[in-house]
Design a protein around this ligand. Structure first.
Ligand code: SF4
Length: 485
């Protein structure tokens, strides 16, 4: 999926009195940077006052030594964002902060609700957003959740969270704080991951992925269970079930989103991707002299493919790792170079060979097409594309930003037509059973909707407008013909 990366968000929560919690949160967010590069933020509390600092940009751009030193406290939550509901604006950066007559909350969200309009109506009926800053409307579902919590609070934010969670539908892994405790919650399906770790006596960490625990020296304890709320304070961790578990974890976390050094549902992501490559070699063998990945996401599967097929593994591309979202947009002429900004083929490795190229997925197909063309220019005799997941045919409504269905190449062409479009000699995808089997986790614990159209949580028609649903709705009501007074 190189060049077409879609991201979720990353969340962190740290309860560590006596430690530099802001710095720990900063490092944990740094480890989760792959999950969102649009904005970053930290909310910190010393039990007296809560401070939220957030800005558009990468973690290392948003925070510097001066900012971190000013964020003092014993607990913090943090967020890196890629927008799934709401545009990329400062207002929509997280953590979201809301205050009402009976308490305050800072909230960080990974996921996407599918009932945000209904939630907004419920909030309006209950009296609206009580926060003074509610007058500045946010266009994110996260804002609605935080406002609903402070609206229903009678002084105990933990109780208020428990009243709001059952009203939510869709995907959410939250970290939250009321200034005294940190909270973590996962939707009943467990779409997005959330891990619990310990960092010394009486100190706890919540993080989207275990790679964040590793970076700050925390020990993995367990995952927050789907349908579970955990509250952490000086008395330790309290667990409350607010819904029955209906497992539907996102299989794409295992295929692409999560970092390979993370463990999800007890399985290491690198090892899972390696097995996906092995499966792919069994399902779709090729005759070639070289197996090469599209870096970096195709590397583990390419190594697995090479082992099982017996075809030597090699690096056919050198990747420029410094091309990020902050990269100055190239001119039109340069843009046509497209993927060359990121990948350069190694002619010496490729020329004259039949090559098997492994990538984790194809979204629109533009990047893959350029990759095939570059390999041919570099002298590849044959190019055999192998994809370590099935064709993506359906959009995601649970927190992964995917293009509309008419832009998904897998939804609009059969495999032979895609192969011809890409210019590859052969093209094969891993099957859905092959992908699920490679995870080592029972297949009924997964959401596979973008491959299979089996959506585990119903998506109301109006939510199908996608990530700008709240903005579009506001615009529509403004542009509706007004009745004369
Ligand atoms: S639709 Fe696809 S990307 Fe979205 S949660 Fe389900 S498996 Fe993950």
């Amino acid at each position: 999926m190189s060049g077409e990366s879609r991201d979720a968000c990353g969340v962190v929560g740290i309860y560590a009195p006596g430690e530099d919690v802001s710095r720990l949160t900063y490092y944990a967010l740094y480890a989760l940077q792959h999950r969102g590069q649009e904005s970053a933020g930290i909310a910190v509390s010393d039990g007296e006052a809560m401070v939220v600092y957030k800005e558009l940009g990468l973690v290392a751009q948003v925070f510097d030594e001066t900012v971190l030193k000013s964020l003092r406290g014993s607990l913090a939550i943090g967020h890196v964002r890629y927008s799934t509901t709401g545009g990329s604006t400062w207002e929509n950066a997280q953590p979201t902060y809301k205050t009402g007559p009976a308490g305050e909350i800072a909230l960080a969200h990974n996921g996407n609700l599918v009932n945000s309009l209904a939630l907004r109506d419920m909030l309006e009926e209950a009296g609206g957003d009580p926060s003074p800053r509610g007058s500045r409307p946010s266009t994110s579902d996260t804002d609605l959740v935080a406002a609903s919590v402070v609206r229903v609070s009678d002084g105990d934010i933990g109780e208020a969270i428990l009243r709001v969670l059952p009203k939510l539908s869709g995907a959410y892994s939250f970290t939250m704080t009321d200034g005294h405790r940190i909270y973590g919650a996962r939707d009943p399906q467990g779409f997005r991951p959330l891990a619990i770790g310990r960092i010394g006596e009486g100190a706890w960490v919540l993080a989207s992925e275990t790679c964040a625990l590793d970076l700050i020296g925390a020990t993995f304890v367990r995952d927050v269970e789907p349908g579970e709320l955990v509250a952490i304070d000086g008395d330790g961790l309290t667990s409350i079930r607010f819904a029955e578990t209906r497992h539907a974890s996102c299989v794409f976390e295992h295929v692409y989103f999560a970092r390979p050094d993370s463990n999800l549902m007890g399985q290491n992501v690198y090892a899972t991707r390696y097995r996906m490559g092995q499966r792919l070699a069994e399902e779709a063998p090729a005759t070639a002299e070289l197996v090469m990945p599209v870096p970096d996401s195709g590397v583990p599967a390419a190594q697995g493919f090479a082992l099982t097929s017996g075809i030597p593994y090699g690096e056919g591309f050198v990747k420029n790792r410094y091309v990020g979202r902050t990269f100055i947009q190239p001119t039109q002429a340069m843009r046509q170079q497209g993927i060359r900004m990121k990948l350069n083929p190694l002619r010496e490795v490729i020329a004259g060979k039949r090559v098997v190229v492994i990538d984790d997925s194809i979204v629109r197909g533009n990047t893959t097409r350029q990759i095939v063309a570059m390999l041919r220019e570099a002298g590849a005799r044959e190019v055999h594309m192998r994809i370590s997941s099935p064709p993506i045919k359906w959009p995601c409504f649970y927190g992964i930003d995917m293009p509309d269905q008419d832009e998904l190449i897998g939804a609009n062409m059969d495999i032979e037509a895609i192969r011809a479009h890409l210019g590859a000699d052969t093209l094969s995808y891993l099957s859905i059973p092959g992908m699920l089997n490679a995870t080592g986790i029972p297949s009924d614990e997964f959401c596979t909707a973008c491959f299979s159209s089996e959506y585990p949580v119903e998506v109301p028609q109006h939510e199908l407008k996608g990530k700008h649903v709240l903005e579009l709705n506001a615009l529509e009501s403004k542009t509706k013909p007004q009745r004369p007074l």
